[in-house]
Design a protein around this ligand. Sequence first.
Ligand code: GUN
Length: 281
Amino acid sequence: MILSGKDLASRLKENMRLYVKDLEEVTGTTPHLAVIIVGNNPASQSYVKGKSKACEEVGIRNTTITLPEDVTERELIQTISGLNLDPDVHGILVQLPLPAYIDEHRVMNCISSRKDVDGFHPANVDALYTSKYTGTIPCTPKGIIHLLRDANIDIAGKNAVVIGRSNIVGLPVAKLLLDENATVTICHSKTQNLKDITSKADILVVAIGKAKFVTEDMVKPGAVVIDVGVNRVDGKLVGDVDFNTVKDKASYITPVPGGVGPMTIECLLENTIYCFTLQYF
Ligand code: GUN
């Protein structure tokens, strides 16, 4: 079965549109997301356009601030500081990656935790890893849990294997799966006997950025396969999973495009509204 993030995101966005209207009536203000993009990386530009379009669909105001490729770290942080102080901005997102000479970690930490729609600020990271859930949760991991829950997939007690250990996806999705009482294994580039581990996974999450890396022989029959990869091959988007061979072995699989990606954007909207409510209620 195909787990369509596109369908779920569009259902959730319909409800969200009504919720944004209600919030407007109660507060007299419309949630506002500011997105900063540095330089003209075509992939980043395309992601930012997608985010902006999704905001418009649900009635969230959005402003894209484009800074030149050679912007200094100081100028970037000054821009963020202005947005932190602006009561008319409720969420801030700095599109990654940033140019190599900029300290990404330092920049992201400058975003107010209360406007941090990515869930990358130390206060939000703390809330996640201590299971307090009092902050924003990174969008892609949150979207994956929505997809599993919406399809009524049992997580508790299942073997969940995550390939990839990034701060954006691998680590936080492992933590969320653990909180759903899965038995979680995190694999990475130094993992030995990867296939032995993935073949025992009831739920397999792949987030490594290598086109068609997971093949049919690595997947347990009936597994739920979540493909986070977005790789461009010959002008086409391809996931980290070899979809055509794995789809017949898996019970559920997310396609690329149309799987995890739309849910990431949907959760960005959820996080923007969450940050808005922090400032109003
Ligand atoms: N670039 C790729 N993924 C992400 C993300 O989740 N957040 C931000 N800010 N930039 C990204």
